[in-house]
Design a protein around this ligand. Sequence first.
Ligand code: ADP
Length: 476
Amino acid sequence: MEESTSRVPFWRSLQMKFALTYLAIVAVVLAVLNTYPLLRSQDSVFHSKATALQGQASVISSALAGAEGLSREGAQLVMEVLGDTGLSRVLVTDPAGLVLYDSSTASGSVGRYALLGEVAAALRGNDTFRSDFVDGAFHSRAALPVTYRGMTLGAVYVDDYDAEQGAMLLGVQQTLRSISLVISFVAVALGVLFSRVLSVRLNELLGAIRVVREGEYSHRVNLSGRDELKEMAQEFNALTDRLQATEEVRRRFVSDASHELKTPLAAIRLLTDSILQTDTMDPDTVREFVGDIGTEAGRLQRITEKLLTLTRLDAQAPVEPGAVDVSQVARRVEHMLQPVAQVGEVELHLELEEGLQVWCTADDLYQILYNLMENGVKYNRPGGWVRLTTRREGEEARLLVEDVGVGIPAEDLDRIFDRFYRVDKARSRAAGGTGLGLSIVRDTARRYGGTVEAQGQSQGTLFTVTLPLWREGGAG
Ligand code: ADP
């Protein structure tokens, strides 16, 4: 499936980066593992060789030192007394560097000058030591002067060739190499596996994003595991849920809106057609029809105005909210509604907690109170009343709009905030309603973090709005 594969070239893919980083780390670790322990053990062997060899040389040197000086016979005798030293070669020279004794008889060096740097240095009074690891063996040399009462009588040179320790070290090296090989193999296999799994899951998510982008909002992704990718997939699904819900609301809204606009338009069409097609229509009927056209046009105007208000709410009006005095706005609403209330023979009552300030804009608060109180008047009966009570409760303001009107059936209570929803279409229409007033109230209150709910009363309805109190320095 084309959609589930990534379009990023392989060499720039996360999988590649992940695998390379992983391999680089493994390579560094193996390089260190293959060099550091060996260097450390070589060092420690050199160290122990130095101690041992210099010790042996110094024992020989002390045995040789004596008042009578060094001679071939003397050296030979001392070496015989010392017995087997376990060394590959022991060489004794006089102060001039002439060889007096050489354990390696094959070399035939006795009587000749010892051409060894170590011997020369020892004759100058310096102790020397040197060790090399060559061809799998430790080759170590040490030389000391033979001194008696401050006089240099000659030099002792000892040589040790140790293939056993060398072989041990090579064995360790071999073992480390084998272990490294196994580790590299496992590391590469795991690296490839992990990066493959990672990229498969990433591609799954990527594929889902593309599918949803194409408009298929019902698509969900189901990733295995419990890591961040899984979390991302869950977030993505939640986001898609939201998208789907928004899309659903948008579709319903468009279809409801066009339906609502269609009804008055159809009525206008019908009325104009009747006027145009009836030649002998008496002026009174024409007047009546034109009046009806006016009424329908008024309805269209109200609907479009309210739709505009709603889209403004969706787009978040740029007016900055601030402190709004609830009582002031409430009095303005009462003043504006008074004429309508008088016509309907409904009384308006205000019970206000003075000084109550909410975090809102004056226009929005006006809209909320006006819509609720106007409904209270519209869906009332002659002799009824509408009461607005405001009070502070904890961190919020509570605005209660209560009426003793026709009431709302319990089953309609949670739908009346939907756009275009009307309990009694005929009554709402007669009262000039659009079915948008309460959804404007709800959207406005929510925008400030507030709420609105409706409750049936024994007679009439109680609407409760909560809004955050205004506080110095921001929202309540
Ligand atoms: P409308 O423009 O129709 O009044 P609203 O959104 O303001 O639209 O109200 C939705 C519906 O809720 C109304 O049509 C009405 O049926 C019902 N309603 C709202 N307020 C009241 C009330 N105070 N008493 C009885 N019914 C109400």
